[in-house]
Design a protein. Structure first.
Length: 398
């Protein structure tokens, strides 16, 4: 109990972001389409030695907290991105939301219904696109859609319109008569998404929906997802490993590390708060007689006067890339004015000045999970060594 209270306090006083303010705004309002409150899942594994020729020894319990007091809310018309490295607890959280796994504590509410108390009612208003496609190999794409449409209560008079909308939006009309076993991985993912949207669910969970798709297919899927949720009364949670996808689809993003929500906000807000700064890329305009190294050295000298803490990321021939801390940028207007001036005075042919990407923010948090995982592994090795030593000592003759 003390450990749980300590974690709850750490969550409230999270050093990365004032989550309390964000959750108060989105998480528990009556108009939120769905929310989780202090959702927690602990797995317990019993370890011990026993056998037919051994006296049974007391079992030890080893616990792992997969999700730590997760509180998030999804607004109407919103796609909320849930990001995190492998093992962060995203899939466990989704399994609790769809009532596949019972939480150790906390609750999930969808359209005012508690998932544990009203499971059947919630499932009727829920759509789910699983990470791994659950398809029948020997029926066609269109037959899948018709079957699920009947299960989800789509009226027969609307069936053809619904089928045509999704098949045309996702550009898979040529595959509608193919058996599932003959569909590509990307087309199977599109079919799984289609089935999750049948029946106009109020709340949709999409677990890595674009895995295996080529760039063009991803774009078709993204356009369809945006059209399905923007300015509607439904909401969604999306998990993905593609930061570009989160940027394109998500109104807000939450990043989980070791089961705990570490930050929550719009992608722009997270870049501003956790991004390392800016990236400057330059290209010099050269003549045959020019010395590239001398010109680049002179340009770097002047750039250093503008950005004192600038670091060189890459430099080759007439091109270079620099990392600039956000503390060095007092005014974007002045920055661009100076760079435009350098174009005239330092043979600068072109430049690009961009903010840190969402991927850099993600890696910042993923690194923490790796470091914490190493600590846990060291503790486990130490415990195993201690038990082995204890076993050896007790087996010595007196």
């Amino acid at each position: 109990m003390k450990a749980e209270l300590k974690e709850a306090h750490a969550f409230k006083e999270n050093k990365y972001l004032d989550l309390t303010k964000e959750l108060k705004k989105y998480g528990y309002e009556a108009k939120a389409v769905a929310f989780t409150k202090q959702l927690r899942k602990t797995f317990t594994k019993r370890v011990g030695e026993s056998g037919p020729c051994k006296k049974r020894k007391p079992e030890l319990e080893k616990t792992k907290v997969a999700v730590r007091n997760l509180s998030i809310g999804v607004y109407h018309g919103e796609v909320l991105g849930l990001l995190g490295p492998n093992g962060a607890g995203k899939s466990t959280a989704l399994n609790m939301i769809i009532a596949e796994t019972a939480p150790t504590s906390g609750k999930v509410v969808v359209s005012g219904h508690n998932v544990r108390a009203n499971t059947l009612s919630v499932l009727e208003m829920l759509g789910y696109c699983p990470q791994h496609d659950a398809l029948w190999e020997t029926i066609t794409l269109e037959e899948h859609v018709r079957c699920f449409a009947a299960v989800k209560g789509v009226h027969p008079s609307q069936l053809e319109e619904v089928i045509d909308f999704y098949i045309n939006s996702l550009k898979i009309g040529q595959h509608r008569k193919k058996f599932a076993m003959n569909l590509s991985g990307g087309t199977k993912r599109k079919l799984s998404y289609m089935m999750s949207m049948l029946g106009s669910p109020q709340f949709v969970l999409m677990d890595e929906p674009s895995t295996g798709m080529d760039p063009q297919s991803k774009r078709f899927l993204w356009d369809t997802i945006n059209a399905s949720f923007k300015d509607t009364t439904r909401g969604a949670i999306l998990t993905t490993h593609y930061m570009e996808e989160a940027d394109a689809l998500c109104n807000r993003v939450g990043i989980m590390v070791n089961g705990a929500l570490q930050c929550l906000g719009s992608t722009q807000h997270l870049k501003d708060k956790f991004g390392s700064g800016y990236i400057l890329e330059v290209k010099l305009s050269l003549r045959v007689a020019d010395n590239v190294e001398d010109l680049m050295d002179k340009l770097e000298e002047h750039l250093k006067s503008l950005f004192p803490d600038m670091e060189t990321v890459e430099r080759f021939m007439e091109r270079a890339q620099y990392s600039i801390p956000k503390e060095n940028i007092t005014s974007l207007g002045k920055t661009f004015s100076s760079l435009e001036r350098y174009k005239k005075t330092h043979n600068l042919e072109e430049y690009s000045f961009s903010q840190s990407s969402l991927e850099q923010v993600f890696l910042h948090f993923a690194k923490q999970q790796l470091e914490e995982g190493k600590d846990d592994n060291h503790d486990a090795i130490a415990e195993k060594s201690r038990r082995a030593t204890s076993k050896t000592e007790t087996s010595k003759p007196v």
